[in-house]
Design a protein around this ligand. Structure first.
Ligand code: PLP
Length: 357
């Protein structure tokens, strides 16, 4: 079998979830949208089920996949519904539903729902993506309650720049939220991963950790709480070919790397078709049999090359960690001009292997 694979450490996942709860003292919805950021939503939900206060996904398709796998308890649809006919399923499957726009509110009012819904009413406090305008917020809250279709409302908003710890924008968004919700007696939910770790002053009955569950820091710089996260995914493969090249020889497509000295090149069974970023440049860190080395040349679809020159004893069959406990996905992401979220979500073709420890 091809040796490329992703190991998923479920114990680390539980540790990271527990950290989110511990540092906030809040209830936490484990955000497992997009197949748990590539980690496998069903297996992650099963691993967290005993502990978790609930789960959050992007859409009803993702929620139904969890229900079909036997996941009970709260599941929040972070974008609510897209079409009116989803409401019957939301009711039947007992899903929680974000309302981020007036058209959704109107559809709830006109729906035939009999068992009142739990709605998370989203405010646009300054991100300007989705969410109700502050001027409409209180009226929307009252209309939902008056509709008879809603039993409970949680007040929510989302930060645009919580990963920037010195940026005043989150404090401004919080002030807009506080103003808009004045006088409403309801639970609140504002904090995603960077706000869980970096913004202790933000009130929360419910937090919504995503990326931190998978052990990647949402911050670019070091941060004390983020240092306690444990990476969940190890993307690994093996060396399948080795060659000794003299100086001045090109390696890979486009000759993007030319040997500066006699170089021992290892070829790894891993490429951009597996989700390893094609834009990772020469110098991106890799780990070979536990020792640090670097990517060289262009990443191709199924293979990439690494430098074995300074690693005597390594060669055919050596184990290569592309990211995991030693090589942080955030570091690889930074080199490739992206974020760990995207690296995880882009994972494909490689089998996911789950381990408890
Ligand atoms: C995806 C998402 C989250 C989780 O964000 P992270 O940065 O991964 O923690 C939280 N809230 C909402 C509304 C989301 O869409």
């Amino acid at each position: 079998m091809r040796p490329a694979r992703a190991l998923i450490d479920l114990q680390a996942l539980r540790h990271n979830y527990q950290l989110a709860r511990e540092v906030t003292g809040a209830k936490a919805l484990a955000v497992i949208k997009a197949d748990a950021y590539g980690h496998g939503a069903v297996r992650c939900a099963q691993a967290l089920q005993e502990q978790a206060d609930g789960f959050a996904v992007a859409c009803i398709e993702e929620a139904l996949q969890l229900r079909e796998a036997g996941i009970g308890g709260p599941i929040l649809l972070l974008e609510g519904f897209f079409e009116a006919d989803e409401l019957a399923l939301i009711e039947q499957q007992d899903l929680w539903c974000v309302v981020h726009s007036l058209w959704q509110l109107e559809l709830i009012e006109r729906s035939a729902v009999r068992k009142p819904l739990t709605v998370w009413l989203k405010l646009d406090s300054g991100m300007h993506r989705v969410g109700l305008h502050p001027a409409d917020y209180q009226a929307a809250y009252r209309r939902l309650l008056a509709s008879g279709k809603v039993a409970k409302i949680v007040l929510m908003s989302h930060f645009a720049r919580a990963d920037e710890l010195d940026c005043p924008r989150s404090t401004e968004q919080l002030a807009v939220f506080e103003q808009a919700r004045q006088g409403l007696v309801a639970e609140v939910s504002l904090r995603n991963s960077p706000a869980v770790l970096g913004w202790p002053q933000v009130p929360s009955d419910w937090v919504r950790p995503g990326i931190m569950l998978y052990g990647a820091s949402p911050f670019e710089q070091a941060q004390a709480l983020a240092a306690r996260l444990q990476p969940v995914m190890t993307l690994e493969s093996k060396i399948i070919s080795v060659r000794e090249l003299p100086a001045d020889e090109p390696v890979g497509y486009g000759a993007r790397f030319v040997t500066e000295r006699p170089t021992r090149v290892g070829v790894v069974a891993m490429g951009y078709a597996d989700g390893y970023p094609r834009h990772a440049p020469t110098g991106t860190p890799v780990l070979i049999d536990g020792r640090p080395s670097r990517l060289i040349g262009r990443v191709s679809m199924d293979m990439l090359c690494v430098d074995l020159s300074d690693l005597p004893g390594t060669g055919l069959g050596s184990r290569v960690e592309l990211w995991g406990k030693q090589i942080l996905a955030s570091d690889v992401a930074t080199r490739a001009g992206t974020i760990p979220y995207q690296l995880f979500c882009n994972l494909r073709r490689v089998p996911l292997l789950y381990c408890e420890a």
